[in-house]
Design a binder for this molecule. Sequence first.
Ligand SMILES: [Cu+2]
Length: 200
Amino acid sequence: MTVPTPATTSATATAACRPPTRCRAGSRMFRAAVVGAVALALTACGDDDDGGADEPGVIVVDAVDFAFEDLPASVPAGTEITLTNSAPDELHEIVALRLPDDEERSGEELMALSPEEMGALFAGEPAMVILTPPGGDQIVAVGDGTLSEPGRYLLLCAIPTGVDPDAYLEAAAASEGGPPQIEGGPPHFVHGMWAELEVT
Ligand SMILES: [Cu+2]
């Protein structure tokens, strides 16, 4: 599968960007860092294997407003993640960011970092970006849907709250790897749409 060119900027939006404060600039920068490459690899896929506890397989994560359902705390390396979306209106995504091996802070501490600190921590391309419109088919935008490298990951959704799914995807496709030019509310992770995942 094609791995798109990384769209790397070094800014995210977290601490400065909690509801009810709107943070368009911050969320745009964050999206640039993590989902800017959505235009480059639009591949829907979906297998229905059942993964065992120790053997890598396929797990199905369901996005709701605003959380990831059915996401285990730990999966074996090589596990493929697929994303369904049961929310009525909101586009959702999984952005998987592998933490440095020496990173020991908790997910809560990391999500409370300033945009600058977060940007420094995640300067590279995410391991995976999967977007799924409400009730729709997933789009694997970065990676191949598989988490193959062991480590600790942060999974989060940075879609702006209230954005129209089709408008967002069109803007992402039109941005040619840059940040989608679209207005929206705070990214979903400020509503708690993030999780830690251990890949063993
Ligand atoms: Cu979301």
